[in-house]
Design a protein around this ligand. Structure first.
Ligand SMILES: [Mn+2]
Length: 394
């Protein structure tokens, strides 16, 4: 039997406010192509199918089309809910979908009711453990005092083992958890609510293969316990990662081999740094013109309308920030303003956030300060002596 392990699709996720649905549709199409090219029998998706518990109708449409394409390409699908999914919504119609080859496991009562799929050597049991929030699931799991992810997962795996031992044969487990020693990428949402969020890999002992979801980079915890990671990068920190899925072959005795299959890069991520003018004109940047771009501007003065201008050259620029040049040694704000007049402070503030104020503008600030004093009853503020203006850039 050949299994393709992918996870953390996060359909509907945005990237710095930019809609990723078109990219996600392409990623799911690529997975369907893999299913057909590599003759995959079963695709497993251990959680975070959607990015949010109430996905948009466009997200649902993209997800559905992807699932249909995978099914059409010849694979049965086994999916569980992750910490981003609503178990009830993702699992709606599950009993009916199962008849069409889409097995959605989102309830605790399904943990010890595996999806049984046959190959030439007999049945393989697919156990799905939906994401289990300790506080919400401990009562139903029969461990009302449990606080940690380890305890709830142990209880779930106890149910799996009890069923699997009675049944015999090969078994695959899907789970959404943070296993000790594995590396997060930064685009995962923490599942720690005050307690320890990690679980040990030994919790899954006895399975022929454990398909994990939650962490977004592909990684091997043990030969048979792995994360596939997300099919697309969901943070600039992942720009050097190559996204992948695992192609898992089972023979008559259990795990035969695992192959890493790289997924196509839908759109690359690049970080650029320089003055806006450099970024807009340097021919070296031509190579990244259609990437998702995050730019750090090093101009002395914050450029106006930077994102719009950046997008004229990099239509997929998604983030821009201004790295303000250090004008004064850093120090505590109170020290920086000590012994300085309101006018000086206001002048420096203007220079910091915009550019140096003109003599005329300083005049307006002076007038405003005098008006404020008058309203507070402080009395007439003397006009700043002319030489004070040499402190304030004119
Ligand atoms: Mn995730």
């Amino acid at each position: 039997m050949r299994i393709l392990h992918t996870s953390d699709w996060h359909i509907g996720r945005t990237f710095h406010g930019v809609d990723l649905l078109a990219d996600q549709a392409r990623a799911l199409a690529a997975i369907a192509e893999l299913v057909s090219a590599r003759h995959v029998d079963v695709v497993v998706v251990p959680g975070d199918v959607y990015d949010r518990s109430i996905p948009s109708s466009d997200a649902v449409a993209v997800c559905n089309a992807g699932l249909e394409a995978i099914r059409e390409a010849g694979a049965v699908i086994v999916a569980t809910s992750g910490n981003h999914d609503s178990p009830v919504r993702l699992g709606a119609g599950a009993a009916f979908a199962a008849h069409g080859g889409l097995h959605l496991i989102t309830r605790i009562s399904q943990i010890d009711r595996p999806v049984m799929l046959d190959d030439g050597h007999g049945p393989v049991a697919f156990y799905g453990i939906p994401y289990l929030e300790p506080e919400i699931t401990r009562a139903e799991l029969g461990i009302p005092k449990a606080r940690s992810h380890q305890e709830v997962l142990d209880a779930a795996m106890h149910r799996v083992r009890t069923d699997a031992e009675a049944r015999g044969g090969r078994r695959v487990v899907l789970a959404h958890a943070f296993v000790v020693g594995a590396e997060p990428t930064g685009s995962e949402r923490s599942i720690s609510v005050g307690g320890v969020e990690t679980v040990s890999a030994s919790a899954f002992d006895g399975a022929d293969y454990v398909a994990l979801g939650h962490l977004h980079s592909p990684q091997t915890v043990t030969e048979r316990v792995r994360y596939s990671g997300s099919p697309l990068p969901y943070s600039f920190g992942e720009r050097t990662h190559r996204k992948a899925a695992w192609l898992v072959d089972l023979d008559e005795t259990g795990l035969a081999s695992v192959e890493r299959v790289e997924l196509p890069v839908v759109r690359e991520l690049s970080r650029l740094s320089g003055t806006l003018d450099e970024l807009l004109t340097d021919p070296a940047h031509e190579a990244v013109h259609d990437h998702y771009v995050s730019a750090v501007l090093t101009d002395k003065v914050r450029p106006l309308d930077a994102m719009r201008r950046l997008r004229e050259r990099f239509p997929h620029a998604v983030h821009v920030e201004w790295d303000r040049p250090a004008t004064a040694p850093e120090g505590r704000y109170r020290d920086k303003v000590r012994g300085r007049s309101d006018l000086e402070i206001a002048g420096t503030f203007l220079a910091d956030v915009r550019f140096e104020a003109s003599v005329r503008e300083i005049g307006w600030v002076e007038q405003a300060l005098r008006d404020a004093d008058r309203r507070r009853g402080v009395g007439e503020r003397p006009a700043a002596p002319t030489d004070a203006r040499t402190d304030v850039p004119a």
